[in-house]
Ligand binder design. Sequence first.
Ligand SMILES: [Zn+2]
Length: 299
Amino acid sequence: MSSIVAGIEMGGTGCKVAISDTNGQFTEQYSLQVVTTTSENTLLEIHDWLALKKSERPFVAIGIACFGPVDLNKKSKTYGYITTTPKPGWQYVNVVGAFHDLNVPIVFETDVNAPAMTEAALLGDTSAAYITIGTGVGVGLVINSQPIHGLMHPEGAHIKVERISGDDYSGCCPYHGSCIEGMSKAQAVAERLNISPSLLSTIPDDHPVWNIQAYYIAQLCAATMYLTSVERIIIGGGLMKRQILFKLIRKHFHQILNNYINIPIITQNIDEYICPSQLGDLIGIQSALDLAQTVVNKN
Ligand SMILES: [Zn+2]
């Protein structure tokens, strides 16, 4: 059974907060878009909106799908914190702690594990990867219907890549240079073209830079599938609004596999294996609401 719950989608440039309807679903009427500024101001704005709306629409739990890296270890002193993010002013910020005084259970997850959970549930799968490609690259994983936690959470975007011939771009990950994130996030594509990332939308679909980018994302898809055997790979994020990327990623994915995996969804229905979100732009906030519902269902 579903209840009224609150959800927070914490992003590096914008956040969304919402209170669900009685079926746990997102409704525009009870939602607020917040620009991500300083950690204090951003968390306060979200907190105050929830505090204000709670009397009107009482929610019984909060789900937070947060950009990372985050601490998901409940035994850790920094559980519920954003940890070593390169984002200025957001290192070691206590996100969960900012909402304790609202007196409801809080479920905290990464902004990629949470969507993987929602997508797997919607599709009736017990495993899924959710990859996001935008200002960063992230990989969330659900296996046996559970989000992957352990040492921390999956960091698949930092796997080193094999270079596509002709691409001499050095990569922009401050830690690894040419890892998947360093070779395929928006900044990497823009730097190859010597333009600002804000102008990427002006580059036509047939520009060769998209084929290069797709090759690196396809390597991430192949590594994820080989290692985890997920039943589905969902790809979202700002850059994936460019539909041609799905076609290019699937093409490279097949070439990388080289017929090694002989399963119909891979050989015949690749469009269903590597696919966009079922919920489009709402996946982030709905997945935060769904997280909150998991604690309601436990009680
Ligand atoms: Zn890296």
